[in-house]
Design a binder for this molecule. Structure first.
Ligand code: IPE
Ligand code: IPE
Ligand code: MG
Length: 241
């Protein structure tokens, strides 16, 4: 495996609403157009040898959007799962959802459970979709789990360390993202993976999510390939390894 290819890429898929506005269309048509970019990012990630792809589809804060937009997004998730899961399964993709999934409708929860079950044995790209997800929510729910284990005398306070804490986070078991991509021009994290992004390379593009394709993906990979990751060491130390 080419060591310059990130093992794990996380993407903040932003800019659907502005893409639609610019065309005089309702915001929901931007979300709809974004589905093909999801397909393109999954295909390209698999082709380039990326092992883990994590997509931010709906944040804890996105519940505050107008009811009509929230409900059209939720229907779109159900529909996209119905249409795409067989193809993902054929391509050996293992699908997993993370976030406050109990907040979702019964219909969506059911589709999620079915698609996770269907693809559970797959050994190709590990695709994680963050829905009703927030980095703060994740840290709070992990803290509750850790506190519960301490209260039950199953864990000693002194044994809480980075690895123990991370094992209770939504992305437990996955390596941290090597590269974060955000489309749509904003340079912020918007409450995505606050813990896991500690040492990720960050790449931002003005391209709006519905226009994201293999060419843009490769630009991000090119940027990543040129980076020296030091994790606190000096450049000389890293070069001598
Ligand atoms: C990202 O696109 C999709 C979601 C947050 C669900 P936006 O809907 O945020 O699009 P903009 O940022 O308003 O253009
Ligand atoms: C981040 O986009 C969330 C997702 C892409 C799912 P937002 O559009 O919600 O972020 P802000 O509000 O511009 O920071
Ligand atoms: Mg946005």
């Amino acid at each position: 495996m080419d060591s310059n290819v990130p093992r794990h890429i996380a993407i903040i898929m932003d800019g659907n609403g502005r893409w639609a506005n610019a065309r005089g269309k309702p915001r929901r048509s931007g979300h709809r157009a974004g589905v093909k970019s999801v397909r393109a990012s999954v295909e390209t990630a698999a082709q380039r040898g990326v092992e883990f792809l994590t997509l931010f589809a709906f944040s804890s804060e996105n519940w505050s959007r107008p009811d009509e937009e929230v409900s059209s997004l939720m229907s779109l998730f159900v529909e996209a799962l119905r249409r795409e899961v067989d193809e993902l399964h054929r391509n050996n993709v293992k699908l997993k959802f993370v976030g406050a999934l109990d907040e979702l409708s019964p219909a969506l929860k059911k589709k999620i459970a079915q698609s996770e079950e269907k693809t559970a044995g797959n050994t190709g790209l590990h695709l994680t979709v963050a829905v009703a997800y927030g980095g703060r929510w994740d840290i709070v729910q992990a803290t509750r789990a850790i506190a519960g284990r301490v209260a039950a005398s199953a864990l000693r306070i002194d044994d809480i360390d980075d690895a123990e804490f991370a094992s209770e986070l939504a992305l437990s078991g996955l390596p941290d993202p090597d590269l974060l991509i955000r489309t749509g021009g904003e340079r912020r994290i918007s409450n995505f993976l606050l813990w896991n992004l500690a040492y990720s390379e960050l790449w931002f593009t003005d391209v709006l999510w519905p226009e994201f394709d293999a060419t843009v993906f490769d630009e991000a990979l090119f940027y990543y390939a040129g980076k020296q990751r030091r994790f606190g060491h000096t450049g000389d130390q890293v070069e001598s390894i």
